[in-house]
Design a binder for this molecule. Structure first.
Ligand SMILES: Nc1ncnc2c1ncn2[C@@H]1O[C@H](COP(=O)(O)OP(=O)(O)OP(=O)(O)O)[C@@H](O)[C@H]1O
Ligand SMILES: [Mg+2]
Length: 259
């Protein structure tokens, strides 16, 4: 399907990825307790909260790597709760992983090309996307290196390139900037903005770096112990965090802010 069509879809009210009332427990641990979240095209939504808040679990449910115990996932108005990750990928939903899922013995370039081929791109188109994305993510110098030999920061960037190679309408990024040197964070912010502004995608961004989250997000959703604590613009959330720390002292949110 053509990218231009996706752009048009983005202006329809239905062009949304939605979790509604999602619950998920693991052996008594209530990782998610009725979480609802919407992600639209052309926006970056931050998903923040302390370690164990349920952020990765929500991404797993949204991307089809896990099934919720209750609640639904909808993509552009269709219920997709039980769809496989691959089927979601072909319908414009991509993700990155908190821990690398690259093919370690294949080259960096091959990893990106395979991601494009996996959603139906032809060989020539896959090569074109790989070249463009390796350039965007600053990985061109490593294109022939094996993925297993990359530094942690480059491995994070490869994960983003692999997700973007599917030309997603929605991309869920689980701590893509963790381990990046501080000097490389502004470059990463530019990548996230270009995914929103040039590709028109909706981006869900998990990160513990509050400066990055505040700088790049249009909206922020705060999770704590499996529940939604707050949602709003960066300004509103900043105020909320200040209020929480003023009243609660060393709250979990303050930990999240510095973690
Ligand atoms: N597969 C699993 N089996 C058992 N418990 C799990 C599993 N996945 C998540 N959990 C538990 O669910 C809770 C939420 O975990 P999750 O990984 O979603 O948190 P998170 O917000 O992503 O944390 P972090 O910031 O550390 O990545 C935690 O208590 C975690 O131990
Ligand atoms: Mg996580």
């Amino acid at each position: 399907m053509a990218d231009e069509n996706r752009q048009d879809d983005g202006r329809r009210p239905g062009a949304t990825l939605r979790a509604a009332g999602v619950a998920r427990s693991f052996a008594g641990v209530r990782a998610l307790r009725g979480v609802s979240l919407e992600l639209h095209r052309h926006e970056v939504v931050g998903l923040i909260g302390p370690n164990g808040a349920g952020k990765s679990t929500l991404v797993n449910v949204l991307s089809g790597f896990d099934l919720p115990d209750a609640g639904t996932v909808e993509l552009e108005g269709r219920e997709i709760t039980s769809w496989s990750p691959h089927r979601r990928g072909r319908h414009g939903l991509a993700r990155t992983f908190q821990h690398s899922h690259a093919f370690r013995s294949l080259s960096v370039r091959e990893n990106v090309e395979i991601a494009a081929l996996g959603v139906g791109a032809g060989a020539r188109e896959a090569r074109r996307r790989a070249g463009e994305l390796l350039d965007l993510l600053g990985l061109s110098a490593h294109e022939h290196a094996t993925a297993g030999a990359l530094s942690h920061g480059d491995e994070r960037r490869l994960g983003v390139a692999r997700a973007l190679a599917t030309r997603p309408a929605f991309v869920l990024m689980d701590e893509p900037a963790a381990g990046l040197p501080e000097s490389e964070v502004p470059g990463f912010e530019a990548v996230v903005r270009s995914v929103r502004d040039e590709h028109g995608a909706g981006v869900l961004l998990i990160d513990h770096n509050m400066a990055l989250i505040m700088a790049v997000c249009d909206r922020i959703h705060v999770l704590d112990q499996g529940q939604s604590l707050a949602e709003g613009t960066p300004g509103e959330i900043r105020e909320n965090l200040d209020v929480a720390s003023a009243y609660l002292g060393e709250s979990a949110l303050v930990e999240a802010e510095s973690g």
